[in-house]
Design a binder for this molecule. Structure first.
Ligand code: NDP
Ligand code: 2IT
Length: 449
């Protein structure tokens, strides 16, 4: 196994996030490989870590000043053993091939855990939507889709949103696909309700993460009632995580964006959350404005000279990292533990560095990795695909009930797999093993392809 990780590092030395994601999965599944000699004979690890297809393309577009801009587009089709490639698109200046590969790799196991028929993929661009006009975003999306449309389809590869891709971007992308293919199909998820979207899809990732957290606490005879919670991010996942925590009686104390964070000692209530939604989704403003609106809050800008993020230094019972990868490092994890944190539930993908994960596990914190805890988003995307295929829409309660059931079932599956392979209570081992085993069985059934 060490050889495989070395090979991956030597082959693509700059893909640090991908190495990190692979290392974690490979370490977790060692007991599975030890029990199944066939997996080694069939070179399963080599196959599962190599994308089935990688697309990279030029995305030229014209800005409002008439200047030509060129971005890079990506789609990594990682694994189709369980169904069509499925996973979001991320538009963010930091996007590169290593980040998209790590996200596509995680997506394979996450989608497997949902039990729906979805393979894993991820895409995106280093385009930064911040500060761009709606027209610029539309021209970019149209150019992006004018290449991507060749490679996707409702039974081939079904993209969705992620950082920087929300309802607006999905609309522009869908419009261009429809024009190019002359087809109205469920080729993207996260669509608006009026034209094929599913109720609860916008809420699903955040709600699902909180359902998962509630399940973890339940195993310890506890609940979210009166729990102080630190939430990072202020986008889709953070907003609906906050909404569900409030509904379940918890208190959210923080939110952030890439410029800084707010700490509101009185807690973020429904009215304040409505303000955040309007600020971030409609005005596309900055979280610093929250502290101008509500004097109970203090805004702290990002300080790049610090070796830690002060958001995680506040005393709280639960942490819900919901912004981006590697946002909790070892120093942050130690601060959280010293302050008595009981639960960390990852709304974001891989927000915790490996040394920080070790600190949580060593201290027996309830720690839920993203591929289990944030699977509610892609699960409801799967339900959107099902509704599109039937040309029907289910009521809100039906989708929410299915989401709850799926999160409960993922929670149980993680615990059972962890127990079966000698690591009881460890959700990292459980999620990786359960997700992996199902994909591997399908790969073996389907032969060497
Ligand atoms: P959004 O674009 O809606 O929000 C992202 C939030 O995180 C913003 O507040 C953004 O701040 C902040 N952020 C982004 N990059 C950074 C960074 N490098 N440093 C600090 N803050 C940052 O995205 P989502 O809420 O959809 O995604 C958040 C996380 O959840 C991601 O890790 C994503 O992969 C994951 N996820 C999303 C799912 C979904 O259904 N949307 C499903 C499962 C996981 P700013 O406004 O300054 O950019
Ligand atoms: O990381 C993720 O699971 C997502 N961004 C959602 C993917 C999807 O296809 O809904």
């Amino acid at each position: 196994m060490d050889t495989i990780i070395d090979e991956i590092r030597d082959r693509d030395p700059e893909q640090h996030e991908f190495h990190q994601a692979v290392q974690e999965v490979v370490e977790s599944v060692k007991p599975v490989l030890d029990r199944n000699i066939e997996y080694r004979q069939q070179a399963i690890l080599r196959r599962i870590t190599e994308p089935e297809r990688v697309l990279m393309f030029r995305v030229p577009w014209m800005d409002d000043d008439g200047q030509v801009q060129v971005n890079r587009g990506f789609r990594v089709e990682m694994n189709s053993a369980l169904g069509p490639y499925k996973g979001g698109l991320r538009f963010h200046a930091s996007v590169n091939l290593g980040i998209i590969k790590f996200l596509a790799f995680e997506q394979v196991f996450k989608n497997s855990l949902t039990t729906l028929s979805m393979g894993g993929g991820k895409g995106g661009s280093d385009f930064d939507p911040k500060g761009k006009s709606d027209n610029e975003v539309m021209r970019f999306c149209q150019s992006f889709m004018s290449e991507l449309y060749r490679h996707i389809g409702p039974n081939t590869d079904v993209p969705a949103g992620d950082i920087g891709v929300g309802a607006r971007e999905i609309g522009y992308l869908f419009g261009m696909y429809k024009r190019l293919k002359n087809e109205f199909t469920g080729v993207l998820t996260g669509k608006s309700l009026a034209w094929g979207g599913s109720l609860i899809r916008p809420e699903a990732t955040g709600y699902g993460a909180v359902y998962f957290a509630a399940e973890m606490l339940h195993t310890r005879g506890d609940s979210l009632e009166n729990k102080g919670c630190l939430v990072s991010g202020s986008g889709n996942v953070a907003q609906f995580t906050t909404e569900k925590i409030i509904q379940l009686g918890g208190r959210v104390l923080t939110l952030s964006d890439s410029s800084g964070y707010i700490f509101d000692e009185q807690g973020i209530d429904r009215k304040k959350l409505d303000y955040v939604k309007e600020l971030k989704n409609i005005r596309r403003g900055r979280i610093s404005e929250y502290a101008e609106q509500y004097p109970s809050a203090v805004y702290t800008p990002v300080n790049p000279t610090l070796d830690h993020n002060p958001l995680w230094g506040h005393k709280a019972d639960c942490g819900f990292p919901s912004a981006t990868q590697n946002e909790i490092n070892g120093v942050d994890a130690q601060h959280l533990v010293d302050n008595g944190v009981r639960l960390i539930c990852e709304g974001a993908n891989m927000p915790t560095t490996p040394d920080a994960v070790d600190i949580f596990l060593d201290h027996r914190i309830c720690y839920a990795p993203g591929k289990a805890a944030n699977a509610g988003g892609v699960a409801v995307s799967g339900l959107e695909m099902a509704q599109n295929s039937m040309r029907l829409s289910w009521p809100r309660k039906e989708v929410d009930d299915r989401l709850k059931q799926i999160m409960k079932s993922i929670h149980r599956t993680c615990l059972e797999a962890a127990e079966e392979y000698g690591n009881p209570g460890n959700y990292v081992a459980g999620a990786n093993i359960a997700g992996f085993v199902k994909v591997v069985h399908a790969m073996l059934d389907q032969g060497l392809v």
